[in-house]
Each structure stands twice: as C-alpha cells, then as structure tokens.
Design a binder for this molecule. Sequence first.
Ligand code: UDP
Ligand code: MG
Length: 323
Amino acid sequence: MEKLAIVVPCYNEEEVLKIASKTLREVLDDLVKKGKIAEESFILFVNDGSKDRTWELIEEEHREFPKRVCGVKLAGNVGHQYALTAGLITAKDLSDVTVSIDADLQDDVTVIEEMIDQFHAGNDIVYGVRKERKTDTFFKRTTAQCFYKLMNFMGVKSVYNHADFRLMSKRAVEEFSKYQENNLYLRGIVPLIGYQTEKVYYDRKERVAGESKYPLKKMLALAFNGISSFSVKPISMVLGLGFVIVFLSVIAAIYALISYFTGNVEPGWTSLILSVWFLGGLNLLAIGLVGQYIGKIYMEVKHRPRYNVEKVLSSETETDDAH
Ligand code: UDP
Ligand code: MG
C-alpha cells in the first residue's frame, strides 16, 4: 500500500491551521480504513516564514499526532510556489505519492479519494480542476478565461481552471525536482513532465477562515512570471513586427517617391519620412534578432531536462511498472 503525503503550504494561517489539520487527518484516517493508502500516511505542513503563531500550532499538532502531522519550517517567506516546491521535494523522500492542497480548504478534500483512485488506475499526475462556477461574477469569469487563453497563445501549456491542487506520484515529483529553474511556475512545469494524467472536478469553496494571501498584485506577478518563464514568444512578436514595418516602409518609400516626383511636397519631407520608417523597422528587426539569441540563452540556462524516459523495453532490463 502506498504512503500518501498531503503537502500544505501555510503563510500566516493560524486561524485555519487546526481546522485544516483536523479535516485532513479525517481524510487520511478514512482512506487508511478503506485500505486505499498506507497507515503511515501523513500531512506535511510547510511554514512559509509566517509572522503569526502558525509554526507553534504545527508543532502542537505534531506533538499531539506525531505520526499523522509533520512540518517543515522555511527560514523565511519565499512565496507559495517555492513553499510548495520545498514541501513536495521533502515529501518525496518520505512517501510514495503526494497531494498538494492549500491550507484554507477552498479545494474540496473529498476528491482526494478520487485522486487516489485515479493514481491506483495508473495515473502519475491527477489535476484537481475547478468546475465553472456559476456564482462567479461576469468579470471574474472573463478575466480568468482571458488569462488561460493568453497563456495558451503564448505557448504555455496549462490546465484550464486548475490551481495547485494536484496529486503527483513519487516519480513525477522526482522528475519535477530536475527542473532547477529559479522562476518557478508549477502549473506550467507539471504538464511538461509527461506521464499519464487525469483530471478530477470539484466546486471551489470560500475560505474557511482568514483572508486571501494572494492579493491582485501577487496574482498579476504570478501571471507575468508564468508567461516570461515559459515563452520567448514576445520576442518573436517583436521580430515579426520589425518585418512588417520594414515591408510597410517599402510601400511608404514608393508613396514618398511618387509624391516627390509629382512635386507637391515640402523639401526634405521625402528623405525624412523614408528614414523614419526604414530605420524604425530596421531597429525593431535588429532588436528582435538579438532577442532570439537572448531567448535561446534564457532557455539554455534553465537546464531543463530534455526528456523523461518512462519505460525501457529490452531483453536486459526489466523495468517495473510501479509508480
Ligand atoms: N501561501 C504561502 N506563501 C505566501 C502566500 C500564500 O505559502 O507567501 C499559501 C497560503 O497559506 C495558502 C496558499 O498559499 O495555503 C494559497 O493562498 P491563498 O489561499 O491566500 O490564495 P487564494 O486562494 O486566495 O488565491
Ligand atoms: Mg485560498
């Protein structure tokens, strides 16, 4: 039976920690009783440099339930994505499969069972996907949709309406840990890992207590980080624009020359207008070209794994199917 670790990043979550711990312990107990996970399964709280009593509460929980509740204390506040990464990488050495979930229990804990079932059915990654909320305001829905469309357009593969509520097998986390980049955007990296994946659907709820630690500013920063860490398409767009403007400058040149010969222009206009268009286009082209190289360097310095071998069939090696 596989050992499950539920990874929970926490930043100033003293109000919800006890409730989260209790709820998740019940989920684990239930799954253990049903024989779906090992008895040694546990919750791993990651304290992301909280300024309140979060860590003291985690310690208390650990004292009370030493087997069920574990904790990692980060030395300072590094942000959700990094805290989650720290938790996943710590958990992978202690467990066989991980589920990441926010401390505020906005994600439906009852679908963890479904995730585990999907895991047993052979999936290495199971995404928790939020159902379209009809209660959402029109504004919220359209901005969210635009966000995912933009990400897709920019070439960032990501799962629609999926935040960071997901199951990952040990080998998936191991593969993920090979992505050594500093600008982390997990939702973009996880689909790059490969392996068989599945989605489970749920309704997202309101926060149990406390308030959102993700103000609009942090959300926009996450979106920008997502695009700029995964795509060099903006650079290509500059290059494309350069081409278009140089092409337009040829048309402008023809127009300017015709105007010049038909004689109804101010002296100096023709050469000015030609230089402005042509040099402008040339500038953009050059920037775009240099940008292409910078984009390549950018992708190189990430040192991402180039491939992920899932299985080898040969007479010499016997790879097992366990995950
Ligand atoms: N979080 C974190 N570090 C931060 C900000 C948030 O670990 O710097 C955690 C937070 O405790 C929560 C999760 O990330 O468990 C998601 O945050 P929140 O629920 O505030 O975001 P929202 O659901 O409002 O987008
Ligand atoms: Mg939340």
